[in-house]
Design a protein around this ligand. Sequence first.
Ligand SMILES: Nc1nc2c(c(=O)[nH]1)N[C@H]1C(S)=C(S)[C@@H](COP(=O)(O)OP(=O)(O)OC[C@H]3O[C@@H](n4cnc5c(N)ncnc54)[C@H](O)[C@@H]3O)O[C@H]1N2
Ligand code: MOO
Length: 429
Amino acid sequence: MITVEEHLSRILGTVRPLPVREVPLLESRGTLLAADVTATLAVPPFDNSAMDGFAVRCADVEHASAERPVTLTVIGDIPAGARELPAVAAGEAARIMTGAPMPPGADGVVKVEDTDQAAGPAGGRELPSAVRIVAPARERIRRRGEDLDPGDPVLRAGIFIGPRAIAAAASTGHAVLPVRPRPRVGVLATGDELTDPGLTPGPGQIPDSNSVLLLSLLEVLGATPVPMGRVGDEPAELQSLLSTRLGEIDALITTGGVSAGTYDVVKEVLSERGGVEFVAVAMQPGKPQGFGELSDGERTVPIFCLPGNPVSVFVSVMVLVTPALEVLSGWTDGGPPEPFLVDAVAAEGWRCPPGRRQYLPVTLEIPEAGDAADEVGRDVGEELLRVRPVSGSGSHLVASLARAEALAVIESDVEQIEPGDAVRVMMVP
Ligand SMILES: Nc1nc2c(c(=O)[nH]1)N[C@H]1C(S)=C(S)[C@@H](COP(=O)(O)OP(=O)(O)OC[C@H]3O[C@@H](n4cnc5c(N)ncnc54)[C@H](O)[C@@H]3O)O[C@H]1N2
Ligand code: MOO
């Protein structure tokens, strides 16, 4: 058996960041920006009104009040998006909407509430010939370039692109962004016993939960899942799929068929084809693992051959695949990952497999105020989370995996956790 770190360092020594690509704005969310972005448009792009009202010359209405209103001739209408702008001379006003370009001649805006006109659609669309102004105009103008000018920096290389960065890119003239693209990860389940979820399984059959687990998990992890279906235990099926579909993906995950069974098809086909090493990793669950590179002559992609048991699949993705996805996405440089482990305390005891690091699905409980003792009365501190196994440690217990909030990570030299023992947990999606 090799350690988790040994297996992981082989994986991380193999995968490389995907090449930079320009992608449409909506595809860029959650990826890493690969180059600085500068503005090609100013924000705002032109001087425009901050209010619905009337564009005027400030001097004309300087002394306007309810008692001494000023009447101006209305010479035009400027809705948002207007292309032709009337010039405003002394004694004149142009009706203007929020976001509409300021007309030449005007240097201020009187909001509609400070006039004799009804606000909103209730006043009708017809343009009045004159308007009575009851308050001075203010400089309610949003100036061109107030936020930034063309050529100014907008987004720095290396940021994670989120909705606000996407809006900033759109406003400054960009429809695409240079990013480290999301890895496209193929998912392939193997096994003659698998059926579609929702069908009544025949004798010896079980629903294929690994495909939907992986496809949805990859989405959560920021990758693009690519369903590659299922193959049975017949080598020819798997062989042909591996030769024809590598062009669609940047990495491949298979499940099942990697341990010691006679019909372990993944191991059979890939051992013969070469490039993939099958090893026993000192972890529980997830001991039998395959990893390597697949090539079809044109492309070479990393392949993870995970064991078939569903809890093993989940744990393998958390521990082995996630760091590799981070490298493919350009998020890390492939140095040893620092799993974020939270200090907690066991609320009950459980057994651990000797010689393998255990990743046990657990629930988390927040201790109540003043609750500093465990079930056998020892002091465990007030602030630590309490962890409780969701069920046993069997890697087939996929239904109770749904209740897990974290994985308790127990080192391989520990054989028993007692209530009150310090444990560390890895939060999971
Ligand atoms: N003689 C030995 N037998 C086993 C060993 C061993 O060291 N020696 N290791 C055990 C461990 S640990 C694991 S984990 C499993 C891994 O087995 P395989 O990767 O070969 O997986 P399968 O045999 O194909 O399936 C195992 C289990 O998982 C179920 N399964 C498979 N695919 C799916 C799916 N898509 N959705 C839901 N469930 C799935 C399958 O029906 C089996 O019950 O090997 C042990 N055996
Ligand atoms: O390694 Mo297996 O995943 O223990 O059940």
